[in-house]
Write a new protein. Structure first.
Ligand SMILES: [Zn+2]
Length: 214
């Protein structure tokens, strides 16, 4: 069960969640989004709307200008911001199931329905943007409800995974306490850890200790 929504936290100076830098280790946007359900790894990126916007910016879904316009808008329309946060959590739950048990027909169907629900509700236009660093990015500019478009790039990334049949490359980190998922892009398909500097390193240290005590 997800904890209750706390939009109000973004408007208070106290009770801020611990700010840890976001990790992008999954090779796919939709999987990085799944990994925002913190667990033992720190604060939930969907803890409040402002943090969600921070994550979207860190994921390069929003540029700085659009991110700050979203933050302003969330203060003017708190109910709308709260609704999209609830929506984001719902999408995330369904996408985690797709990542972990995507061979099960119900997980795929749930994902399909959820993706289409988000896509069907959002009116807007697509643009190709040239970023400051010279790279190109696809952008979705929504008309009407600006919040509605926020989840589009995430569900499109999941849609691409289904279309391309990538699910069999999705793994869960070999550390059972971790829970992160990622796309294994290695040639031999043997990536085990979400991140070598954290989980991979801990496993290496544990093997070393075992050797010493053997
Ligand atoms: Zn891990």
């Amino acid at each position: 069960m997800a904890p209750p929504l706390e939009l109000t936290a973004s408007f208070r100076s106290t009770a801020q969640p611990r700010r840890v830098p976001f990790a992008f280790v999954a090779e796919r946007l939709w999987l990085d989004f799944v990994n925002t359900d913190a667990g033992a790894r720190g604060a939930d990126a969907l803890h409040d709307f402002s943090r969600f916007t921070d994550w979207l910016q860190a994921a390069q879904v929003l540029d700085a200008e659009r991110a700050s316009s979203m933050r302003r808008r969330s203060l003017q329309q708190p109910a709308g911001a709260l609704a999209v946060l609830g929506d984001a959590r719902r999408v995330r739950t369904v996408l985690r199931a797709l990542a972990e048990i995507g061979d099960a027909a119900h997980a795929r169907l749930d994902a399909l329905n959820e993706i289409n629900r988000v896509l069907g509700r959002s009116a807007g236009t697509r643009r190709l943007e040239l970023r400051d660093d010279g790279s190109f990015a696809r952008e979705f500019v929504s008309v009407g409800d600006a919040f509605a478009g926020l989840l589009i790039p995430i569900v499109e990334s999941a849609a691409d995974a289904l279309i391309l049949g990538e699910r069999h490359r999705v793994r869960r980190c070999a550390d059972p306490r971790c829970g992160r998922v990622f796309q294994d892009e290695t040639k031999n398909g043997r990536r085990r850890w979400c991140d070598m500097s954290t989980c991979g390193n801990r496993a290496k240290a544990a093997r070393h200790r075992m050797k010493l005590h053997a």
